[in-house]
Design a protein around this ligand. Structure first.
Ligand SMILES: [Zn+2]
Length: 377
């Protein structure tokens, strides 16, 4: 196995401003935690710094006028046109250097994809990737440039089939848009239902259009979805469709905002389900490009990514207390005393509702989508 962890302190230090929930520095925390737990130093592992993406590739997904406005916003200029494209909103502030920064994060994902496609790596993790909400001509959900859509669109030009699996708590609206009518890109997303969470899309009925019918799969989940419900929904749907689709490679967005402690979402996972699902994705055994995505409880997100990197490399973190440095636990000591969460299922009505909701989605997919792939239920 050859694996690459894409990392740059400089890129991860980019600041969205005080009070903004998105903290790119989570990537530094994850990188450091991986090192402390001894899962970053095996002979088959490499750390690689990102390079900015060739700007010519941006138009694989984005609109020229939108890119022009983003370049302007990056110099500190503010115009009304920008707001009409989501640039300058509360979620997507006008930040000096945002264009150049987005070129770096899109470049990180692009490099990861090239390493996979050229057979130079079997597994790549880019914690600073997964801007799945960026639209063709609209910035939203903390995303300006859609690294996912660009990298996938690029490899599709050479005829490769790509499966995108998104376990971030939010629906991947930008990526869904990009490949809605495609049958060579399979997009599967598990997320909190749009009835209670941004971006509001990702209904189970959104199964693709034109020749892409059946190649877009959404599993919306209710508030209070816990480990058991999430793993159930994943296992019932994702492995069978990926096997039937036979992709050349898998891109996975492994956001950690499904955790019960996440301040932005209402799902109730612990990192036990997170690990199980990452293991299952790894077990699908295609070359894999993993992208960070969301996660707004930054310490627990760093823990999830450390566990994910360990799973992707089939190594065990050294020991429970390797994270202790100079007597200090990593993160808020009281809360984060080990890499592993204690299982915490939801109960009663909340659990029943979440399970019923997941079953409904699974049944819909089995009856409407499975037959399109020749999968027996
Ligand atoms: Zn998210």
């Amino acid at each position: 196995m050859r694996s690459v962890f894409i990392h740059s302190h400089e890129v991860a230090k980019f600041d969205f401003g005080l009070g903004h929930p998105y903290k790119p520095e989570r990537a530094i925390k994850a990188y450091e935690l991986c090192r402390r737990y001894g899962v970053m130093d095996r002979p088959w592992m490499k750390t690689m710094a990102p390079k900015p993406i060739d700007t010519g590739l941006l138009s694989l997904f984005h609109d020229e006028e939108y890119l022009r406005l983003l370049r302007e916003a990056s110099t500190g200029k503010v115009t009304l046109d920008m707001l009409a494209h989501g640039i300058g909103s509360e979620d997507n502030p006008i930040l000096p250097g945002i264009y150049e920064w987005s070129l770096m994060t899109a470049g990180a994902t692009y490099i990861g994809m090239r390493l996979i496609v050229e057979g130079k790596a079997d597994v790549v993790f880019n914690p600073l990737g997964g801007f799945h909400h960026a639209r063709r001509d609209y910035a939203e959900g903390f995303c300006y440039v859609n690294d996912v859509a660009i990298a996938i669109a690029d490899v599709m030009k050479s005829g490769l089939k790509v499966a995108f699996i998104d376990i971030d708590a939010h629906h991947c609206n930008g990526v869904q848009d990009a490949f809605y009518e495609e049958d060579r890109a399979l997009v599967v997303s598990l997320h909190e239902t749009g009835e209670t969470l941004y971006p509001g899309t990702g209904r189970v009925e959104e199964i693709g259009g034109g020749k892409g019918v059946g190649y877009n799969i959404n599993i919306p989940l209710a508030e209070g979805t816990d480990d058991e419900v999430f793993v159930y929904a994943f296992q019932e749907v994702v492995p069978p469709v990926i096997r039937a689709f036979e992709p050349d490679l898998v891109v996975a967005e492994i956001g950690a905002d499904t955790l019960r402690s996440d301040p932005l979402t209402d799902l109730m996972l612990t990192n036990n389900a997170y690990q199980e699902v990452v293991k299952a994705i790894k077990g699908l055994s295609q070359p894999l490009l993993a992208l960070g995505g969301g996660g707004y409880d930054i310490y627990r997100t760093a823990r999830c990514w450390t566990l994910a990197w360990s799973i992707l490399n089939e190594v065990e973190p050294e020991d429970e207390f390797a994270g202790v440095v100079g007597g200090m636990m990593f993160g808020p000591e009281m809360e984060v005393s080990s890499l592993y969460d204690v299982p915490r299922p939801t109960t009663g009505r909340v659990k029943e509702k979440a399970f019923a909701r997941a079953k409904e989605a699974v049944e819909f997919i089995k009856s409407k989508v499975f037959p399109l792939h020749g999968i027996k239920r």
